[in-house]
Design a protein around this ligand. Structure first.
Ligand code: MOS
Length: 722
């Protein structure tokens, strides 16, 4: 269907749920109302290691309105999780307070439920916790000697890879780079904090919870409460942002479910903004050594990328920061390694573009350093080392339009106006610089199921598409409606989309940039199936593609129902699937103050067919804004003695505000991909953040001649002589 002129797919359609959102009618997890709804507040550990000695709840229990105070002292026994396997990663039980061990500061150790949120908060303050505190392992440098090689890194990627011989490749090089890049701990901060309402009816439970992946929540809740999966219903119709921290169903959700069961009344729990720094995952500090060698012309001879990072004391999560270096360029000698050590810091978790976001900062900064040494245009260096084969897997890229992205971008951005040498342009006391970077992000596609309900009332034909997918604010409702309207030949407003309910057909949820393409392929397939079934019923011949309305009329039916599971194409695994992009940044650096401004930013993205350029561009802009945050502001600072985050509000943890964002442009490069899925669509959820920090750091170098390898690029790093 790639070449057909389309009515809806590919059009910049306004969000079909926009009206619900701006009128406040879109209901998020905390906005469902139940009789006798009680309110829970979670208690966090104030030490980072050791054990809880005692929890004195006497005063809290006497406080007005208090219904329940839960701690390790009175919690019922709960099933312990099975050993983790790739299959049960999301579906293991999440037992609460079953022991007294503290793994990190902020760990949830108690839960107070009261008639009102104010009463619960008040009572939580009356609880006295005593600890047998231990010396926490906090500092990166102090603990790095304990680094080990994990079995695999996130998403099952290999820990270490080598092709050719890195050392020989480096020796053969005319020019080499050997540099270390640091990216700090960062936190996701979706607008909506994690919210839950749990209501039991006998042995059945309904859970409203803000989630990216609803399907996986069901087995996790069933295992935690030892009930059959069919007794669990999870609802997440609207989600106020996810970015990776809403993939798992964690203790913050299990607590109100447990309390509601014990109290036999519904319980609500909403994490505070401060708690978002403590218990829902983070992007960890990555220290990355890059070694690159090239011949005198700029052809890469060697690329080494060694990552050091930390996980928690009790779980292992290792961001795959080296994967981008394995596939990005044509380089015969390559070695990529990941090492990890344990800290008394909460377990790092998926954070938008896990792997690529920090990995691309190291790789694309080092490429810029190499280009400077070779006196080559950095874009030319990348073009010269482009490859049609993913050298990590040996598979051809189904589509790869990096060079087109760079060409379009250079033209639109005015790249030719860049000064080839640093400090070549100024505007008063501002040093002006241009920087670019190349980007890639995996373009996975997954099987998904959908229901279609068609109803006819005379000439009025309507469709409902249902699936257990999520819309994190990204536009899932809209692109699914576009796909169904197009396929059925119905006006857009006659298609209703229902999502975020575990009772609906399963999908892989929103994550890993596979959401939109997987959901829409399922919508396409179920609409086609229904039309085929109606054709068989109607036994009429049509001279052109009939609409669903014509088919229902011809078959003299008032309704039709179809369910279908779309599976990825058999030859999908024969190719390597990535989206590519090119980033261009203009920065102005105040020579006296070291402040960096980004007045202009352009991203050119090739992601196959763009289902909706408006919602897709919004996603990419969001990624760019976060990338500007990574580059210039964001840093979660740990107190090295006590292990708490000293940046624990959005006043301390700086993110870009409107004033910090200049003219941001997103252009989609035309690209046809016939392999990734039937729609030819790749995801755009994560490519937008990839390599943004490098483009800005490279522009800062072009402006100032200063190479900053430790993010964020705060003014001190540009002013202090090194
Ligand atoms: Mo994404 S980090 O898989 O939400």
């Amino acid at each position: 269907m790639n070449n057909r002129t389309t009515q809806f797919i590919g059009q910049p359609v306004d969000r079909v749920d926009g009206r619900l959102k701006v009128t406040g009618q879109a209901r998020y997890a905390a906005e469902f109302f139940y009789d006798r709804l009680a309110h829970g507040v979670a208690l966090s550990s104030t030490v980072a290691a050791g054990r809880v000695r005692d929890v004195d709840t006497a005063a809290a229990e006497q406080a007005p309105g208090v219904l329940l105070v839960l701690s390790h002292k009175n919690v019922p026994r709960m099933p312990l999780p099975a050993p983790e396997t790739p299959q049960n990663r999301f579906s293991r039980s999440v037992p609460l307070f079953q022991d007294t061990v503290i793994h990190h500061h902020g760990q949830l150790i108690g839960f107070v439920v009261a008639e009102t949120i104010e009463q619960a908060r008040h009572a939580a303050r009356l609880i006295e916790v005593s600890y047998d505190a231990a010396e926490p392992k906090i500092g990166f440098d102090a603990n790095v000697e304990n680094a080990y090689a994990p079995k695999t890194v996130n998403a099952g990627y290999k820990t270490d890879t080598e092709r050719g011989n890195l050392d020989e490749g480096l020796r053969a090089a005319a020019v080499t780079i050997d540099a270390v890049y640091n990216t700090p701990i960062e936190h996701h901060h979706p607008m909506e904090t994690h919210s839950t309402i749990a209501a039991w009816d006998g042995d059945r439970v309904t859970v409203h919870h803000s989630l990216q992946m609803v399907v996986e929540a069901v087995p996790a809740i069933a295992a935690t409460f030892d009930i059959p999966r069919e007794n669990v219903r999870v609802l997440s119709p609207f989600v106020g942002g996810g970015f990776g921290c809403k993939i798992l169903t964690r203790d913050n959700a299990m607590l109100p479910i447990l309390a509601a069961r014990l109290l036999k009344r519904p319980v609500k729990h909403v994490l505070t903004r401060q708690q978002m720094f403590m218990v829902v995952g983070l992007r960890q500090h990555n220290r990355q050594r890059m070694r690159i060698g090239a011949d005198a012309a700029g052809r890469l001879t060697a690329l080494g990328h060694d990552i050091l990072t930390h996980t928690s004391m009790h779980e292992e999560f290792v961001e795959q920061s080296g994967v981008i270096s394995r596939m990005m360029y044509e380089v015969p000698n390559s070695k990529v390694t990941h090492r990890v050590f344990r800290l008394n810091v909460q377990t790092p978790k998926w954070t938008r573009a896990p792997g690529e976001a920090p990995g691309s900062f190291a790789l694309e900064s080092a490429m810029d350093e190499l280009a400077a040494k070779l006196k080559l245009d950095p874009m030319e260096l990348r073009a010269m080392n482009d490859t049609g084969t993913d050298l990590d897997t040996g598979k051809p890229f189904a589509s790869r339009s990096l060079i087109e992205c760079m060409k379009i971008g250079a033209d639109r951005f005015g790249w030719s106006r860049r000064s080839p040498t640093p400090r070549g342009r100024r505007q008063g006391h501002w040093l002006v610089g241009y920087g670019m970077s190349a980007a890639s992000r995996g373009a996975p596609h997954r099987g998904a199921s959908a229901n279609l309900l068609l109803t006819r009332n005379g000439r009025d034909v309507r469709a409902v598409v249902e699936m257990c997918a999520t819309d994190l604010g990204t536009g899932s409702y809209t692109v699914i409606a576009q796909t169904a309207a197009e396929t059925l030949g119905l006006p857009l407003h006659k298609v209703e989309v229902r999502l975020g309910d575990s009772a609906l057909p399963p999908t892989p949820g929103s994550g890993g940039s596979w959401g939109a393409n997987s959901f829409c392929t399922a919508a396409l397939a179920v609409c086609e199936l229904a039309k085929q079934q109606l054709r068989d019923q109607a036994s009429l011949r049509f001279i052109r593609e009939p609409t669903a309305a014509e088919l229902l009329q011809a078959a003299q039916l008032n309704g039709w129902r179809a369910t279908h599971t779309a599976t990825p194409a058999a030859d999908m695994a024969s190719y390597s699937h990535y989206a590519f992009g090119a980033n261009f940044a203009e920065v102005w650096v105040d020579e006296d103050l070291g402040t960096v401004r980004v007045p202009r930013y352009l991203a050119v993205i090739a992601a196959g067919r763009i289902l909706n350029p408006k919602t897709a561009a919004s996603q990419v802009v969001g990624g760019i804004v976060w990338g500007i945050g990574n580059a210039l502001m964001e840093e979660s600072v740990l107190d090295a003695r006590r292990g708490h985050f000293v940046t624990r509000t959005l006043a301390d943890y700086h993110v870009p505000v409107n004033m910090d964002i200049g003219d941001v442009q997103v252009v989609f490069a035309p690209e046809t991909d016939t392999k990734v899925n039937r729609l030819g669509a790749k995801g755009v959820g994560e490519i937008g953040i990839t390599s943004v920090a490098a483009a800005i750091a490279n522009a800062v170098y072009n402006a100032t001649g200063r190479r900053v390898r430790d993010l964020p690029i705060t003014p001190d790093k540009l002013l202090i002589e090194t």
